[in-house]
Write a protein that binds this ligand. Sequence first.
Ligand code: SF4
Length: 200
Amino acid sequence: MNSNLTSILKNVKSVHNDLDKVIGSIDNMCRKGCAHCCYQPIEIVACEELPIAEYINNRIGSDLYKKVRKQIMDWSIHFNEHFAGFESLKTVDDVSHANRAYREKVNEDRLACPFLVNNLCSIYEVRPLSCRSHIELESATLCEKDGLKESTNNIKKIRNYHFEKLIKNPNSTLRYLPVAISRTFGFNKIFKPHPMIKLN
Ligand code: SF4
């Protein structure tokens, strides 16, 4: 890995660690094995691909690799069929609208994140900022009833503060996690081309 990538990787780990400290100090209802919020498409900042790819290449066993790879393939079939618009999306508003609609469709179809295996996150240690900062303060039942339940404004502020730090890394874009990581699983162009949101 070249020195630029090493420094970006270090930065991402540091932002994630800082975020974990803040989130870890807040009483919440999230527990191992509770995955109600993992039935939505997760977006990641480009720099977050690095720790995830490194983890997959070096730390997960072949059975888990094959299982997640198959789930990414299945996820891509759903995405290619249901993500609206593709090349007709011209503006950030168009893309945001398509993303919102797709999020609802994924939740309605109970399509799990492909990294969810036996109700556990297979990349928990390196999961992206949006997963790290998604906590429920009142009751897990609320997430069970509404898989797209929003975080409170205070939690959103914490998330945004750390998100701003991540997007200072060069060439920041937002992409869906399975799309961004598909290359690490040896896939090439299994997703129909669609616009990426550029962040800087
Ligand atoms: S990356 Fe992990 S925590 Fe995030 S949605 Fe997927 S399975 Fe859940």
